[in-house]
Each structure stands twice: as structure tokens, then as C-alpha cells.
Ligand binder design. Structure first.
Ligand code: PBG
Length: 339
């Protein structure tokens, strides 16, 4: 055979590493941690094997476990002791995230990112206070006559709350703020709030292109944040849309976002890649709870090798253009990487 090109030459063992285009390191990963103000003991999350809701008194231990794997950053989610229509516990000085952040930053040098949203704090489970006609009558979101305007979360009232939450997290010592509610203007409102209170140095990682995805199912069990009625399609993005993601991202960039996130990750790698090409900001991807749960479920049946598919998934997300990855596999993958 007279073949000029034989790509297999570079797939031999000792040269593969030299020509590899993508690498994965513990420093690329952020591990989500759930802190639960309603419990004194760790509670395993059934739909996310290996993950738990931890009580405040154990949050530092939990973070130290993450650090032992080589992962240096965490994303904090909170389950508050009580909920109300406006989600007021989200910005309480003695709230679950504020207290957890104070403890973690006092006792470790972990980089603490906080999720800023209201869905775990509102009794109706939506990502902000509801518009006036809906208060006390949730049914109308999806149930009204076709000609009725769509009513859901009150965007601008939510912005005020997000400003307060972000400032309260920064006051507690959060290193980075990550707004996930998909409200119009959320990055600008938070940037203004942080700057006003002297937190100019705290970056914002915006969940810039967050889709209305069924892959969040396990998380909603974990964080007890499922909407009590309707769904989030009036604020999260339509999975059918890619150009709209560019518009969303551009708005966040204009409002001062430092890091641009796509969520979920694997079903939206085209979006990660588009953003990578269009913008020069760091790009993050959130490998969400459903992506984690489905690999675990298949592995449990003996249908997939969990360690290999986890590694391949994260590598693919990086290859598509993500600089950093939020993932429930962070600890396992970090431990399996060569030192
Ligand atoms: C909202 C939030 C959600 C997730 C992260 N932040 C849930 C939602 O939008 O319904 C999902 C994360 C995951 O599925 O792993 N605060």
C-alpha cells in the first residue's frame, strides 16, 4: 500500500500525549456542595449517588474532602430553614449560604462560588417573586385563557432581591457570584450592587445561556427547588434556540459578566463552542445533575464504565471550548487524573 497519510502513526503510545489537544486538570473543576439548614446529619441525595446535603456544622469537613482530591473551588447551594413567597431567607445575614461561606472561608482557602437564585428560598419554587395577579393563585401561569398575557416571575422585583443576595454573599466572604435565575438585567443589577458596597474585586460568573432543561430533575430533589406549579420556560431558554444564546451572552458581557456559563453541558456543546468562538471571556459549562445521574444509573446496571464515561464527558466539554467545568464528577475525576 502506498499511503502518504497514516494518522495512526501519531496514535502510538509514547507520542499520543505529545499530540493531545485537550487536557483536564483538577484546577479546571468546580465541585457543587449542598448545605442544608434543616438537618443535623448528612442526608444522601438518592438521585445523585455519592452526594449529600450536609448540615452547617459539617460543611467545613465536606469542603476538606473536596480539597483532598485536588479540586480547589466549590459552588455552594443552600437549603434554607424556611421558605416564603419572596424568598427572604436568601439574603439573610444568618442565612444558610452566608453562614456556610463564613465558616469555609475562615477555615480553608477554598475558592467559594455562590449560586445566586431564589428558587430554593421561595415557597412556590420559582426563581423570584411572582407578578402581582399571581400571588396566592399560582394556577394562572399555565391555566389561563390563551389570550391572557403570560404571567410568571416579576423580573424587576427579582433584580432588587438578587442585588441584596449577591451583596450578602460577598459580605460573608464569597469569592465569586454566580447568578442562575435568567432574569433580564441580572448581571448589571448585581455588578452595580457589588460595586456600590465595595466589592469591585468580586467577579460574576453568569449562567448566561441557561436552558429550560429536564436534566435538572435530580438537582431539584437535592435542593428542594422544584416549581410548585408550571415550569421555568418563561425565563429559562428554549432548547430549540442557539442564536438566542449569543444574544443572551452579549447582554451579560455588556453588563459586566466575567465568566460566561452554558448549562447544561453535554446536550449543548454546540453552544459552548459558539460562545468560545464569538467571545474571549472564560467559558464555563455546567455538567448538570441529570447528566451525572444517567451515567450513574447505566453504570449501576453494568452497562457503562463510570470512570471512563465521566472522564470522556468532561474531556469533551473542554474540547468543545469550556475553560472550567462545574460537575458532580469533580472529586472522582480529579482523583483519577494522573498527578
Ligand atoms: C437554580 C439552579 C438549578 C440548577 C443550578 N442552579 C435548578 C434549576 O434551574 O431548576 C441545576 C443544577 C443541576 O441540575 O445540576 N438555582
Amino acid at each position: 500500500m502506498d499511503l502518504t497519510h497514516r494518522p495512526r502513526r501519531l496514535r502510538q503510545d509514547r507520542v499520543r500525549g505529545l499530540v493531545s489537544e485537550t487536557s483536564l486538570e483538577p484546577a479546571d473543576l468546580i465541585a457543587p456542595v449542598f448545605v442544608d439548614a434543616t438537618t443535623e446529619e448528612r442526608v444522601p441525595i438518592e438521585t445523585m449517588p455519592g452526594h449529600e446535603r450536609v448540615p452547617l456544622r459539617e460543611v467545613v469537613d465536606r469542603v476538606e474532602e473536596v480539597r483532598e482530591t485536588g479540586v480547589e473551588a466549590i459552588m455552594l447551594f443552600g437549603i434554607p430553614e424556611s421558605k416564603d413567597p419572596d424568598g427572604t431567607r436568601a439574603w439573610a445575614e444568618d442565612g444558610v449560604i452566608q453562614e456556610a461561606t463564613r465558616r469555609i472561608t475562615a477555615e480553608t482557602d477554598t475558592y467559594v462560588v455562590t449560586d445566586v437564585c431564589l428558587c430554593e428560598y421561595t415557597d412556590h419554587g420559582h426563581c423570584g417573586p411572582l407578578e402581582e395577579p399571581l400571588r396566592g393563585d399560582g394556577e394562572r401561569v399555565d391555566g389561563g385563557p390563551a389570550c391572557e398575557p403570560t404571567l410568571t416571575v416579576d423580573n424587576d422585583a427579582t433584580l432588587e432581591a438578587l442585588d441584596r443576595i449577591a451583596v450578602s454573599h460577598a459580605e460573608a466572604g464569597a469569592d465569586m457570584i454566580a447568578p442562575s435565575g435568567m432574569m433580564d438585567g441580572m448581571v448589571g443589577a448585581i455588578r452595580e450592587g457589588l460595586d456600590r458596597e465595595g466589592f469591585e474585586h468580586v467577579p460574576i460568573m453568569s449562567y448566561a445561556a441557561k436552558y429550560q432543561s429536564a436534566f435538572y430533575g435530580p438537582f431539584r430533589d437535592a435542593a428542594d427547588g422544584a416549581p410548585a406549579f408550571g415550569n421555568r420556560r418563561h425565563y429559562q431558554m428554549d432548547p430549540a434556540n442557539a442564536r438566542e444564546a449569543m444574544r443572551e451572552v452579549r447582554l451579560d458581557v455588556e453588563q459586566g459578566a466575567d465568566v460566561l456559563m452554558v448549562k447544561p453541558a453535554l446536550p449543548y456543546l454546540d453552544i459552548v463552542s459558539d460562545i468560545r468562538r464569538e467571545f474571549d471571556h472564560p467559558v464555563a459549562a455546567y455538567n448538570v445533575s441529570g447528566e451525572y445521574a444517567m451515567l450513574h444509573a447505566a453504570a449501576e446496571k453494568g452497562w457503562l464504565d463510570l470512570e471512563e464515561v465521566a472522564l470522556e464527558s468532561l474531556l469533551s466539554i473542554k474540547r468543545a471550548g469550556a475553560d472550567l467545568i462545574l460537575t458532580y464528577f469533580a472529586e472522582d475525576v480529579a482523583e483519577s487524573l494522573p498527578a
